[in-house]
Design a protein around this ligand. Sequence first.
Ligand code: ADP
Ligand code: GN1
Ligand code: MG
Length: 361
Amino acid sequence: MNLKHDVRSVARHFQIHGGFLSAEPYGSGHINDTYCVVFDQGGVRVRYVLQRINHNIFKNPVALMENIQRVTTHLGKKSAGHSDQSRRVLTLIPTRDGLAYHRDAEGNIWRAYIFIEQARTFDAVESAAQAYKAAQAFGQFQKMLADLPAPRLHDTIPDFHHTPKRYAALEQAIQADAANRVRLAQPEIEFALRHQAICRVLLDAHLPERVTHNDTKFNNVMLDDTTGEGICVIDLDTVMPGLALYDFGDMVRTTTSPAKEDERDLSEVTMQFPMFEALARGYLSSAAEFLTPAEKKLLPFSGKLITFEIGLRFLTDFLAGDVYFKVHRDGHNLDRCRTQFKLVESITQQEEQMDKLVASL
Ligand code: ADP
Ligand code: GN1
Ligand code: MG
């Protein structure tokens, strides 16, 4: 297979022994380039994850890697002594120079991780038990990072979840109409305009700043093949100061509908109440002890807001000509926007019931 990068040469810079066997693109992330690399170590095939950080999006990858090092070291201390520690926390493999990353001749920044075996990610949720386990793991992640020693983590993408600024970016994209696509997205643009009023709710609620993950998509937690446990939270590029509700909201967005994020049959896209209940219960099993009453009350709303926000971002990127998220077909970002807005509607229809449930927990 012809790869976009010379992964074999990149791998040579990391402290990985044995003979290189193969490399292939891996996962379905929208941002970085992820490869699974296989080495022969004394007759045993050992896999590693090699990732190129998208530095068009992450403008300061060195600061980002400093965050990841601090976070994984802190988490590592908390699970020290666990027999499968290297499956419970992402473990960076240093370069031969002892650094956390390698810069190649083109200026790309690469990192390597131990491959988490006997676990996998899912692009769409399959059962309430999975939803519970994923939410429990993300809640535990926030809990373990509550005592991360100072200084404050770097903001790897400033204002990442600042919904009003995301809305303003959409307005600009409509104005610029850089790809001449405004005419193709009238219903979606109107949907966005109708919902502008919700953008400020979380910011105006004066909630506490915490260390949060900020990208708690269902496929950013590895579930153990045997126990189903959310064994390891991955994709740590956006771990930075944020609101607990950004994380819960993104769980609702990605872990309640049976459909994939880019499903074209919108009748498949729906907020399944039992999944929401499992998420709320799983998250609270880890987070109840530190959440304030105001945070808890806004759990259902956060699902609607973050779903709306990511919908805004997909729509903005569609109008701008697909410059941010990876796309694999024409109209891909518009399809993604449509699923998000459909899910917002489904959440709105069930919001009262969701509020009642959370109040009872
Ligand atoms: P992106 O930022 O592009 O989403 P991720 O870090 O989420 O990249 O990685 C993409 C996919 O690769 C994940 O969804 C997961 O399936 C797989 N993956 C990432 N890190 C590991 C790891 N350490 N072990 C096993 N699989 C991994
Ligand atoms: C991106 O990296 P990935 O694919 O897990 C994006 C998230 C979006 C998500 C939508 C840094 O996440 O914010 O919610 O796509 N990450 C970044 O699927 O923008
Ligand atoms: Mg990911």
